[in-house]
Design a binder for this molecule. Structure first.
Ligand code: MLY
Length: 265
């Protein structure tokens, strides 16, 4: 059901400690999420990071938003924190003397992009300036230690934030391992990644937390391979919780999509 993951018991059971909050590039208090589904903004295209595109908010969970690039498809949605430096109000790029770009995979002939842009922005629901929160400071050093626990985005399922362990540390990078998931989802990232959070962040931020796979009792602290298959029923409960907490039903997603298509036809 809706039970909250008990970090205190888990840390005791696994004789482990949480990575201290000062290790992370995250605000101590999560910023308020003022975005609403349907709002438009400017966002860096995650598949072509030199491009700034128009995006629409298609979901809101805790301090994160799910974004879809206007003129793209609905298969490449991505998630950002409301204090991401990759998000700007509509008009920002033009004010800076830059040019908005079509997303990678723009579904029309490129020559139609200027007209598409006019139509997609005409009468659009702009995100208010106050919704864009300042990025947290970057910690000066990589202070993570092998074996410390954290909460981390599953990059293969980026709507999920999961129970994780620091599996390795190398210069400015850390190896994030997912407890109870046999290493299949593990990744290296910079210590100042925005995809990693201190223990307790999800609870404080009203964001669902994906518990470890069901073999976590056998997990060796700090191991890259904590073994075992997760419990299927537990996983679907978490999925249900996430769906419940998202302000987006499959129907409202297609409504937004229809709206985009109408605005450019
Ligand atoms: N549908 C996927 C979900 C995996 C999630 C793994 N995370 C939590 C590390 C699957 O069952 O493979």
């Amino acid at each position: 059901g809706n039970s909250v993951f008990d970090w205190d018991s888990y840390l005791k059971e696994t004789s482990s400690t949480a990575a201290p909050a000062y290790c992370f590039k995250q605000h101590e208090e999560s910023p308020e999420n003022e975005f609403k589904p349907g709002m438009k903004l400017e966002a860096v295209d995650p598949r072509n990071i030199t491009s700034i595109c128009i995006a629409t908010v298609v979901g809101v969970v805790g301090p994160r938003i799910r974004l879809r690039l206007d003129g793209g498809d609905n298969k490449n949605d991505f998630w950002r924190l409301v204090d991401s430096s990759e998000l700007k109000p509509v008009g920002y790029t033009e004010k800076k003397g830059g040019m908005l770009q079509p997303p990678l995979g723009f579904r029309m002939n490129g020559s139609l992009f200027p007209m598409f842009l006019v139509k997609t922005l005409n009468g659009a629901y702009y995100s208010p300036d106050t919704a864009f929160k300042s990025e947290p400071d970057t910690p000066t050093d990589n202070l993570f230690k092998v074996g410390q626990k954290l909460e981390a985005v599953d990059k293969k399922n980026p709507h999920l934030i999961c129970v994780a362990t620091i599996g390795d540390v190398d210069k400015n990078n850390i190896f994030v391992t997912f407890d109870g998931w046999r290493g299949a989802f593990d990744y290296w990232c910079s210590y100042d990644s925005r995809d990693i959070f201190p223990v307790g962040w999800c609870l404080k931020s009203s964001h669902p937390l994906q518990p470890p796979g069901n073999s976590h009792h056998k997990a060796v602290t700090g191991s890259r391979y904590s073994g075992g298959r997760p419990n299927g029923a537990q996983t679907s409960n978490v999925k249900q919780n996430l769906n419940d907490s998202m302000n987006l039903s499959p129907d409202s997603a297609s409504d937004l999509e229809t709206g985009i298509q109408e605005s450019c036809s």
